[in-house]
Design a protein around this ligand. Structure first.
Ligand code: N01
Length: 550
């Protein structure tokens, strides 16, 4: 704590507290401060800005969105001056970008790092949020805004014996800043989601021996990462407005449109050629080859079969090939990973695959991992086991709304919310990319920009019209949950039973489809319509007039 820190007993009063200094928190700070003239404090546990990109430093960590789309679009100058070096930016480059944003817009003065929010309690008496930090500081604020990220609370499975392991172990989402040297080590990695699929080829490059513990086999499309040349960089900048238009008017906020054709309308040859071209091009565009891949099981099957064949053609050992291609869910029903040499890695003689469906992990021993078939001697274990997604980081804070209602209680049956922006019972609290919003089904920066701008307009409206509070209506929230559920049921997404979209990766977590799967454009239109109807579904309260139910 520096000398300018006030005595711990005197609360600091600001208009808004924002939790998290990643993509969300940085932009929210900028808008509230510059557009509305509010006093704002951003709090973050990390010692630097960057959010998820501060923590996820595992080997191979890079973004699966293309760099020209994984950026803020609100500032022409920022877009013009930043140069991405690769088709998919690596973690250090994204972290440099976010640090540049913090400096360029002079954000650091209003960010307090190394500070964890322990609790946020709403007081009806004075219509203020009281926020307590691990440094003993109390803040009071009219608006409490969370920008904690959807995938930020590490999911470390409770496997018996982990404490007894005599080697080192790491979770990819809490990676040591000094890095880890795997040279000459026997390494085990648990998890084959997007993270594991990025990390495994890099771990294999260093480790003396790598054992991959796979519970669910996964599809993956080659990323075809490459350095960007000046011609493409110029093209992306000259067409920035075009890309912005595409990203904000499509389903997933990526800079490409989903092809307007049905998979089964093509002949087998035509369809295979389309898949082949997309495979060669690489990246998440593969999912955009046909518009019915996530709706029609037969259409999906054609994509799934194409990828399974590719896996079998790539992996030489027929047993490994079978285990890697024996995938139990439709293509893209889980977030589809993209990779750089993932399946090829299994052709190396020092890389083994253990199928946990056949031989589950029984425990961790001092020497390694014991499955029902054998004990694997390891020096290091990497948990690429994902996150307590969307709700984990919010529930870790002790958040209480009206009448002391805890968020935990409010969400005992699942994360009840309205538009992924508010929770009934929690006035003036906003959740940037919260559960119930399209967020994780999108390229994140456009989804974040949309939410931050929506919240800013909303607060401006409240202040212009002397409303003291805004709060999601209970019935509107229940209806929104039904809307999210109905949109999920229009797709094959709920068929991936182990997906974190459903909370199924965390024992005891309610099984509720969390992100809104109706598409980014549809969602934006719904949000706009609600605003145009005077914030329908929200309750707005005037100081003197009492509550208005919209
Ligand atoms: O996590 P995951 P992730 N025993 O939950 C396995 C984003 N992301 O970190 O499928 C054994 O997807 C689990 O097995 P199963 C992206 O949105 C973005 O990989 O539950 N195995 C699975 O294989 C992504 O979707 C980028 O059977 C266990 C794996 O661990 C999200 O983050 C890069 C286990 C977890 O997969 C999460 O991806 C990377 C256990 N007890 C990630 N528990 C970029 O674009 C879990 N597993 C930047």
């Amino acid at each position: 704590m520096n000398e300018s820190t006030p005595p711990l007993t005197s609360p600091i009063s600001v208009d808004a507290i924002v939790v998290g200094a990643g993509f969300s928190g940085l932009y929210q700070l900028l808008l509230l401060r510059e557009k509305l003239g509010l006093t704002v404090k951003v709090l973050d546990t990390a010692q630097g800005v960057g959010g998820t990109w501060y923590w996820n430093r595992y080997p191979g960590a890079r973004c699966d969105s293309e760099s020209h789309s994984y950026a803020y679009y609100f500032s022409k100058e920022l877009l013009a001056e930043w140069e991405w070096s690769e088709r998919y930016p690596q973690q250090p480059e994204i972290l440099r970008y976010l640090n540049h944003v913090a400096d360029r817009f002079d954000l650091r003065t209003d960010i307090t790092l190394g500070t964890k929010v322990l609790s946020a309690h709403y007081s009806e008496e004075n219509n203020l949020w009281h926020i307590t930090t691990n440094r003993g500081q109390i803040y009071t604020a009219t608006y409490f805004i969370t920008g904690v990220g959807c995938l930020s609370s590490a999911n470390i499975p409770s496997i018996e014996g982990l404490d007894s392991f005599s080697g080192q172990w790491f979770h990819t989402g809490e990676w040591p800043h000094e890095g880890v040297d795997f040279t000459g080590k026997k390494v085990g990695v648990i998890g084959t989601g997007s993270t594991g699929i990025q990390a495994i080829p890099m771990l294999a490059e260093q480790a003396k021996h790598l054992t991959v513990f796979q519970r669910t086999a996964n599809y993956s499309i080659p990323a075809r990462n490459k350095p960007l040349d000046d011609t493409f960089r110029r093209f992306a900048k000259e067409n920035a407005q075009y890309f912005r238009e595409v990203m904000t008017t499509n389903t997933n906020a990526h800079p490409f449109r989903i092809a307007d054709r049905l998979a089964l309308d093509c002949s087998d040859e035509e369809r295979n050629q389309i898949y082949e071209d997309a495979w060669l091009k690489g990246g998440l565009q593969f999912r955009a080859t046909f518009k019915d891949l996530l709706q029609n099981p037969q259409a999906n099957q054609t994509a799934a079969d194409f990828i399974r064949n590719k896996i079998r053609q790539t992996v030489i050992d027929p047993v490994k090939a079978e285990q890697l291609s024996n995938i139990d869910h439709p293509f893209a029903a889980k977030r589809p990973p993209i990779d750089s040499g993932y399946f090829e890695t299994f052709n190396a003689s020092h890389v083994d695959l253990v199928n946990l469906r056949e031989t589950p992990i029984e425990c961790i021993t001092p020497q390694g991992i014991k499955t029902s078939a054998a004990e694997f001697k390891l020096d290091m274990i990497v948990f690429a086991t994902g996150f307590d997604a969307m709700t984990g980081s919010l529930l870790k804070m002790d958040i209480r709304g009206r009448n002391g209602l805890t968020l935990e209680n409010a969400w005992h049956a699942g994360p009840l919310n309205y538009l992924g922006l508010q929770v009934p019972g929690f006035p003036n609290m906003f959740t940037i990319t919260g559960p119930g919003s399209p967020s994780v089904l999108c390229n994140m920066p456009p989804a974040i920009e949309h939410h931050v701008e929506w919240i800013t307009h909303c607060i401006a409206y409240l202040r212009q019209n002397q409303y003291n509070t805004i709060e999601a209506n209970q019935q509107a929230s229940e209806d929104w949950m039904a809307t999210v559920n109905a949109a999920a049921n229009e797709t094959l997404l709920p068929q991936a039973k182990h997906s974190w979209y459903l909370g199924a990766n965390v024992p005891g977590k309610p099984r509720v489809f969390m992100p809104y799967p109706g598409g980014f454009l549809r969602y934006r239109n719904i949000c706009e319509e609600i605003v145009s109807k005077g914030y329908a579904g929200f309750m707005l309260e005037h100081e003197s007039l009492g509550q208005t139910d919209k």
